[in-house]
Design a protein around this ligand. Structure first.
Ligand code: PMP
Length: 465
């Protein structure tokens, strides 16, 4: 159904979208029925849709527009680079100044273990590259039996043909013949629904024990790597206790498996420091990143690795032979120029610090909704957070999926000029731009409470409580 007040041009776009455009991670036939929500412009934390409706974006696009919309200096950096040199391949030893400067900058701002940078087009490609590099590393260093990968239940690592198998969400496996026989999972440190959820040390110990047990089951000589997000994003914003990442890193080292941290969401100030690893001084063997790297202005991601992994691969290949991984747009100069300007805005433009100041308002706003009859849990770190909806707070019982609660909350939020995100039917996610002002946080939580109150008014929702 086209929006009732849709302008004629919007109706035409709507029809073309339904007929031809396949949307990412969407129910295709449902989308044909429902049609798109066309966004037209953005400024700061605010979006305007094709019908002129203004929205406060509490999800920074898809947890990526960390610097807000309409940053002129980023537009200028892209324009200047396009004018000077819109494209340079990295093949045949060619390079470009922005790619070189970005590599240097990333080495400076990431954990000290990471000294080598491979620039990609986004997060899925960064994860895919990390998997290929890990496989290459063990083959090159004479341990070809190490081929098994372990990740976390509820984890998200993109949708490439191997990355989607490290992802442990059913929609990414169903019909795609995943996971691969080499992909295995251990329990998520999901405190709200974990038997040790009230005891951070016990929760950490249980994750470490699960990793050890899985490695023992598969055989230490067969396990290549453990992949994790420092805070699980698409799995419903699962915030592990402080110290969890360190404990997992230590366990991986002791078990002689590579420790790969996926900072696609948590990087670039999302959780407070530039990277979530930094908060605990964790030094991974490989790290993936994207999203906040270019703040969504153009596509770019990166896979970084330690000198040990780099040297293993570099020295293991036959002398002079190419290591066959790369793409036409690897280290794209426009992406790199945008990333350099976005990184400048985080640091010299004060955006990282603004995000750190905003975290207290964000935390207070989310926790302030714990008194709402629909809300069972509030969890957050930095500007990454979620509310979990329950029909009974004591038993943590979920609402029946047939109520379509999260869709209704999303629709009501939209009418109230607010966008966020839902996970399944019971988790609402929030990731505002790091530029949010105190007033914008106040508007976010006022609109959110109004939205939850409106949904609570519905007789079937009341009856489910
Ligand atoms: N890893 C993580 C942790 C992610 O959150 C995402 C995207 N949400 C990806 C990988 C994949 O990134 P992209 O969507 O840019 O391919």
């Amino acid at each position: 159904m086209t929006h009732p007040t849709a302008l004629p041009q919007q109706a035409a776009l709507d029809a073309i979208d339904r007929a031809h455009l396949i949307h990412p991670v969407s129910p295709w036939r449902v989308h044909e029925q429902r049609g798109p929500t066309v966004l037209a412009s953005g400024k700061g934390a605010w979006l305007t849709d094709g019908n002129g409706h203004r929205l406060l974006d509490a999800f920074a696009g898809l947890w990526c527009v960390n610097v807000g919309y309409g940053q002129e200096s980023v537009v200028q950096a892209a324009t200047e680079q396009m004018r000077r040199l819109p494209y340079a391949t990295g093949y045949f030893h060619f390079s470009s100044e922005p790619a070189i400067r970005l590599a240097e900058k990333l080495v400076q701002i990431t954990p000290a273990s990471l000294t080598r940078v491979y620039l990609t087009l986004g997060g899925s490609e960064a994860v895919d590259a990390a998997v290929r590099f890990v496989v290459q590393y063990y083959n090159a260093t004479g341990r070809p039996s190490k081929k098994q990968f372990i990740s976390l239940e509820r984890g998200y690592h993109g949708s490439s043909s191997t990355g989607a198998g490290l992802t442990a969400l059913p929609a990414f496996h169903r019909g795609f013949d995943l996971p691969l026989p080499t992909q295995h999972y251990i329990a998520s440190p999901y405190a709200y629904r974990h038997e040790h959820g009230d005891d951070p040390q016990a929760l950490i110990a249980s994750s470490v024990a699960a990793l050890r047990a899985k490695v023992a089951e598969l055989g230490a000589d067969n396990v290549a790597a453990f992949f994790c997000e420092p805070i699980q994003g698409s799995g419903g914003v699962v915030v592990p206790p402080k110290g969890w990442l360190t404990a997992m890193r230590d366990a991986a080292r002791e078990l002689d498996i590579l420790f790969v941290v996926d900072e696609v969401i948590t990087g670039f100030g999302r959780t407070g420091p530039m990277f979530a690893c930094e908060a605990e001084g964790v030094e991974p063997d490989l790290m993936t990143m994207a999203k906040g790297l270019t703040a969504g202005y153009v596509p770019m991601g990166a896979t970084m690795m330690s000198e040990k992994v780099y040297a293993g691969i570099a020295d293991g290949a036959p002398e002079g032979a190419a290591i066959g991984h790369g793409a036409t747009y690897s280290a794209h100069p426009v992406g790199a120029a945008v990333a350099l300007e976005v990184l400048r805005l985080y640091e010299e433009g004060g955006i990282l610090a603004n995000g750190q100041r905003g975290a207290a308002h964000f935390a207070a706003g989310l926790d302030g909704l714990l008194d709402h009859p629909l809300v069972g849990d509030s969890r957050h770190r930095g500007l990454l957070g979620a509310l979990e909806l329950v029909s009974d707070k004591a038993s943590k019982r979920r609402f029946d999926a047939s109520l379509g609660l999260s869709d209704r909350i999303f629709a009501a939020g939209y009418r109230n000029g607010l966008v966020f995100r839902s996970f399944g039917d019971h988790i609402l996610g929030f990731a505002p731009a790091l530029t949010f002002t105190e007033d914008e946080f106040a508007q976010l939580f006022a609109r959110l409470r109004k939205t939850l109150d409106e949904v609570l008014e519905a007789p079937d929702v009341r009856a489910a409580l």
